[in-house]
Design a binder for this molecule. Structure first.
Ligand SMILES: NC(=O)c1ccc[n+]([C@@H]2O[C@H](COP(=O)([O-])OP(=O)(O)OC[C@H]3O[C@@H](n4cnc5c(N)ncnc54)[C@H](OP(=O)(O)O)[C@@H]3O)[C@@H](O)[C@H]2O)c1
Length: 310
């Protein structure tokens, strides 16, 4: 079969022949891949720098996909860590850990939406006790996951969503998604009294944001839950020790590992149904799998999520 193949972590994947997958074990089947998203997680997997990387090569990247099973049903599946990912004509899934999708679904839109949307959906439902009426700040709101987080927080009843980012043109689009306010990273004083921060950036912007918010907070004993979900600005943030003593700040991570695989699987049908019903604004760009190398290294024409279609 054809697949995107990584043979060197410093090079982009190439469209090449690769051994067909073989399904071994009960409930595992070979499926046809219809659409696989090129998420940041996939880039770090293919570059060998994701925290789950074992360094094993060759590698077919791709962590999730919309697939067609041998009975013709459409399904969505997140793979366990594997060197045989979804950016291929075929892959192997466990049927009981996949989500059956309606026949009417657009595979490209669903493949684009699930990874960024599940980041906030799972975090708010599985990692904290989020309640309707709470106020939310999103750091990194202009990306695919941040845009989804606005919509997810509103869906779960957030009373006020403040969307923060560095690109003012992209920020201006976010009110249409439900953001009550938008601001740049140097305007975070206005978010000083939020209950929950959904953080996709980490690194220096987060270190500065924690100090800014806690300095301007009216009541520092009011709980502030900081959900660490992405680290697009850097893997380390300097958090002053005093921030944890002088305020009721709790930092909680959310991702595979801190959320058990079975808990992700529990959430996925509800999320897939919401996506299928058109509950979210989804930005997707379909690209043939054969063009994986060009799209990997090319300059992004837009921030639409690229979805590879075998
Ligand atoms: N834990 C989970 O479950 C989970 C799930 C999905 C995603 N994630 C993580 O969440 C993060 C965002 O994913 P995504 O899908 O939204 O990616 P994306 O669509 O590529 O968006 C990236 C975002 O990061 C911003 N950004 C990039 N570099 C930055 C910097 N140096 N300082 C400040 N902002 C910066 C971009 O801002 P501009 O618009 O200004 O370029 C954009 O808003 C990634 O780290 C991803 O791995 C985690």
């Amino acid at each position: 079969m054809k697949a995107a193949v990584v043979t060197d972590f410093s090079q982009p994947p190439r469209y090449e022949d690769f051994d067909d997958p073989v399904a071994t074990g009960i409930g595992r089947v070979v499926v046809q891949v219809l659409a696989a998203g090129l998420h940041p997680r996939v880039r770090s997997q293919a570059g060998g720098f994701h925290y789950t990387s074992t360094g094993e090569l060759p590698l077919v990247p791709g962590v999730d996909a919309v697939v067609r099973d041998p009975d013709g049903k459409l399904r969505y599946r997140i793979l366990d860590d594997t060197t045989r990912g979804t950016m291929a004509e075929r892959t192997v899934i466990e049927l009981d850990r996949s989500v059956v999708l309606p026949d009417t679904i657009d595979p490209v839109a669903l493949a684009a939406a699930m990874n960024p949307a599940m980041s906030s959906w799972v975090a708010l439902r599985q990692r904290i006790d989020f309640r309707a009426g709470q106020q939310v700040l999103i750091l990194g709101a202009t990306g695919n996951a941040g845009r989804m987080a606005i919509q997810v927080a509103k869906r779960f009843g957030a009373s006020r969503v403040i969307a923060a980012g560095r690109d003012t043109a992209k920020l201006a689009e976010l009110a249409a998604l439900g953001a009550d306010e938008v601001c740049t990273f140097d305007q975070l004083a206005r978010a000083a009294d939020v209950d929950v921060v959904i953080d996709y950036v980490w690194g220096d912007p987060t270190g500065a944001a924690i100090v800014e918010i806690l300095t301007d907070r009216a009541e520092r004993s009011q709980p502030l839950t900081w959900l660490e979900i992405g680290a697009i600005a850097g893997p380390e943030a300097a958090i002053p020790a005093a921030a944890l003593r002088a305020a009721r700040l709790q930092i909680v991570g959310s991702g595979i590992g801190s959320v058990a695989g079975r808990d992700f699987v529990t959430e996925l049908p509800m999320l897939a149904e919401a996506v299928a019903q058109g509950a979210f604004d989804v930005r997707a760009r379909a690209v043939p799998l054969a063009a994986v190398e060009q799209v990997w290294t090319g300059t992004a024409e837009s921030s639409d999520r690229i979805v590879l279609v075998p």
